[in-house]
Ligand binder design. Structure first.
Ligand code: ZN
Length: 308
């Protein structure tokens, strides 16, 4: 086998590649062993995904949506404790019903009854534009092409490489950008629904959407009866924010044009789905309630914690 990114032998590679990181709640979109070699898998994990997920927006968004780490741990976040006039790293553990606080002064204030609430920063969107995000989108798009094509396309790709006749040449720039950061790639980012939105498919049980993705074509020009030229776009929506890149061109202006032609719409929309918006809070105070008997050794007891 050969790695789709670095083209080196990947027959002995052990890792499976999660297209969207497990730490964003992905358990489904996974490439089989060997598609991405261990070295590239490690590179993306350290240089792209960890860097992206440690950005303040993602920390805050994962904490407020209870999206846990790969190992099932809650995300730690810097919070402000008004009663103690201090910030502290804070981590909830709703299984143990405990709020872990790192700062000793904050713990002391809570114990002394001076501090009753904690505030977390509410960041609506990630910093934009952002090269780590654009490389992340390029990686997800490139891998999704292989996921969709399955083994048949992977074999075609391998053959094409042997014969120096790669039908995947259109994605060559995308691969170089994702894996090696060569060049710049613009993308579109906008919120299309709030985090507290529920959907219902054909009137069935309501559900929340953590992430969804799709490819779509724009500007189709037929060459003959079977072949056409078009711009191919990759759309990823995570917690209501839509991110779009053009797979075959680093320029995103064609998508901006699509938005002008389809005001108020997104390519990800499904006409069978109805949407129910639940109010979104701008500030996120958390009330700390006491249980007299609980210990306060490095952690604050939580009778009940609630967002108000
Ligand atoms: Zn590789």
């Amino acid at each position: 086998m050969q790695c789709i990114f670095c083209h080196k032998d990947s027959s002995t590679s052990k890792s499976v590649e999660h297209i969207i990181p497990e730490s964003l709640g992905n358990k489904e979109h996974i490439l089989p062993k060997g598609y991405v070699c261990d070295a590239c898998n490690h590179y993306f994990s350290v240089k792209i995904e960890s860097q992206l997920l440690s950005q303040p927006y993602f920390v805050s968004m994962r904490r407020r949506n209870d999206i846990r780490t790969k190992k099932g741990r809650y995300v730690a976040e810097e919070m402000f404790f008004p009663g103690a006039h201090k910030m502290s790293e804070t981590r909830f553990d709703l299984d143990e019903n405990v709020l872990y606080i790192t700062d000793q002064d904050v713990i002391q204030s809570i114990v002394e009854g001076k501090c009753h609430s904690a505030l977390s920063l509410y960041l609506e969107e990630p910093e934009f534009p952002n090269k780590v995000m654009s490389r992340f989108l390029a990686k997800c798009a490139y891998e999704s092409i292989f996921l969709l094509g399955g083994d048949r396309d992977y074999q075609l790709w391998l053959k094409g490489r042997e014969n120096n006749d790669c039908t995947f040449q259109y994605f060559e720039e995308l691969r170089q950008f994702a894996r090696y950061g060569v060049g710049e790639w613009s993308y579109s980012q906008r919120r299309i629904y709030s985090e507290g939105t529920f959907f219902s498919y054909k009137g069935g049980e309501p559900y929340e959407v953590l992430h969804e993705q799709k490819f779509f074509y724009r500007g189709i020009e037929w060459i003959d009866e079977y072949r056409f030229k078009a711009e191919l776009y990759y759309v990823l929506v995570v917690c209501g924010i839509e991110y779009v890149i053009c797979v075959t061109d680093p320029d995103i202006s064609g998508y901006h044009q699509w938005l002008k032609e389809h005001p108020g719409h997104s390519p990800i929309e499904d006409e069978n789905e109805t949407r129910l918006e639940i109010g979104m809070y701008d500030v996120n105070p958390l009330l700390i309630k006491f249980d007299d008997k609980a210990e306060t050794n490095g952690k604050a007891p939580l009778g009940k914690a609630c967002n108000t």
